[in-house]
Design a protein around this ligand. Structure first.
Ligand code: PLP
Length: 436
């Protein structure tokens, strides 16, 4: 099978890949072409040279469709034409450009903080932010939520100091750990606002109260909330009026803001220290101006416009409601995430395949290690660009898949819609027409 064995070295890799296949964890990515004018419709190129065809994306983290927004595309193309394709280097050498300074000012303002610092991704911002902040506080104790994202876990690991993991969203457990620790010791509490696999929201106010009582620093990941919650898109901490009580807010420019990059926002001196010490920042080339301009346009737009947020929450609510009414097992939560539980890796993959091949619907299966074994799911993310017509097609497709694979239905529940339709009946009326 192996064409060139390279003295047996490649056998190690073949074995590792085979292990994943045996465990049904081997991941397959489909060949998609996003079309900015038609999102959430995209072109799928099936394997084996079959004719490409349109599919509807139901699992994008471009939650608001901002990556396709005319203002964002306009800003990115204008910036590429004005500044060229790249940043020209790391910021320490030659890559601090005016667009990134503007963006950092927007982000600091978004969260009501003194300063912001942009990284090449949200993943890197967590790795750099958590590890640098914790390592600069002597003998720091990190208290980390059990379901924190991989990038936060890596940040905690790299900090090299003692860590304690508190049970997910369990503030009593967190308090017990804080109480047991030496009061004089520096402490950093790291957690997310909105956990993206179950769509549950952290008890932020209680965590902040504990942090204040036990003199701990707080670091929150608002990746799945920025742009989408709060009157200006500042996340759950803005929505709940708590941003000023949190020390460091981390976010991404790649999800709600539809672009690429990550950031932290906090006190100037904290941000300056991370800027000065984090190798992930110092030794890596800055984001290109065109990416930064696109992201900045999205941040600015969403500070002033609530239509996307309204449309987003409305479509999430309509989707949950319609699936529950059809007896599809949706895990309920207070957010825009719609987890449909399959609870079996193989059948989750089979459901995803059937949706794609029979119904032209793309929903990537979510398996271990992203979620625990036995909790495999289809993670559906409605956007303001989906329509009720899309939802009807989705429900029929899922019912067909559930019957075909003999998956268990729940007893259908007719729930009251939690939200009224937004005033404008769709964010992008031309999009709605095209879908109908
Ligand atoms: C996606 C994600 C990140 C990483 O952000 P990127 O910009 O995609 O690198 C960080 N935290 C959480 C919770 C995420 O889901």
């Amino acid at each position: 099978m192996l064409t060139d064995d390279k003295n047996g070295r490649n056998a190690h890799f073949a074995k590792a890949v085979q292990r994943l296949k045996d465990e049904r964890r081997y991941r397959v990515f489909i060949d998609l072409e996003r079309d900015a004018d038609r999102f959430p419709t995209a072109l799928w190129r099936p394997e084996g040279g079959q004719k490409p065809r349109d599919v509807t994306i139901w699992c994008s983290n471009d939650y608001l469709g901002m990556g396709c927004h005319p203002d964002v595309r306009g800003a990115a193309t204008a910036s590429a034409n004005q500044h060229g394709a790249g940043a020209g280097g790391t910021r320490n050498i030659s890559g601090t450009h005016h667009r990134i300074i503007e963006l950092e000012a927007e982000l600091a303002d978004l969260h009501g903080k003194e300063a912001g610092l942009v990284f090449t991704s949200g993943w890197i911002s967590n790795l750099a932010g958590i590890s640098t902040i914790a390592s600069l506080m002597p003998n720091c104790l990190i208290l980390s939520d059990a379901l924190n994202h991989n990038s936060m876990i890596e940040g905690v690991r790299r900090a090299g100091c003692e860590k304690q993991v508190w049970r997910h969203n369990d503030v009593e457990h967190l308090e017990a750990l804080l109480k047991a620790a030496d009061p004089a010791r520096a402490k950093l509490i790291v957690f997310e606002s909105l956990y993206s696999m179950d769509g549950d929201i952290a008890p932020i106010e209680k965590i902040v109260e504990l942090a204040e009582r036990y003199n701990a620093m707080t670091y929150i990941d608002e990746v799945h909330a920025v742009g989408m919650y709060g009157p200006r898109g500042g996340g759950i901490s803005e929505r709940d009026g708590l941003a000023h009580r949190i020390d460091v807010i981390e976010g991404t420019l790649a999800k709600g803001f539809g672009s690429l990059g990550g950031y932290i926002a906090g006190d100037s001196i904290v941000v300056d220290a991370v800027r000065s010490y984090a190798p992930q920042f110092i030794f890596s080339t800055t984001l290109p101006p065109m990416v930064v301009s696109g992201a900045c346009a999205a941040v600015r737009h969403l500070k002033a416009s609530g239509v996307e947020r309204e449309g987003h929450q409305y479509m999430a609510s309509v989707t949950k409601h319609a699936l529950q009414a059809a007896g599809i097992p949706v895990k309920d939560n207070p957010s825009h995430i719609v987890p449909v539980m399959v609870n079996d890796a193989e059948r989750c993959k089979a459901a995803s395949d059937l949706l794609l091949r029979r119904h032209d619907i793309y929903i990537q299966p979510i398996n271990f290690p992203t979620v625990a074994i036995g909790t495999e799911r289809l993670r559906i993310t409605p956007t303001p660009r989906h329509t009720e017509a899309h939802v009807s097609v989705l429900v029929e497709a899922l019912v067909d898949v559930w019957k075909t694979l003999d998956l268990p239905f729940t007893s259908a529940r007719i729930l009251p819609l939690r939200r009224k339709a937004p005033a404008a009946d769709c964010v992008y009326p031309e999009m709605r027409k095209a879908a109908e």
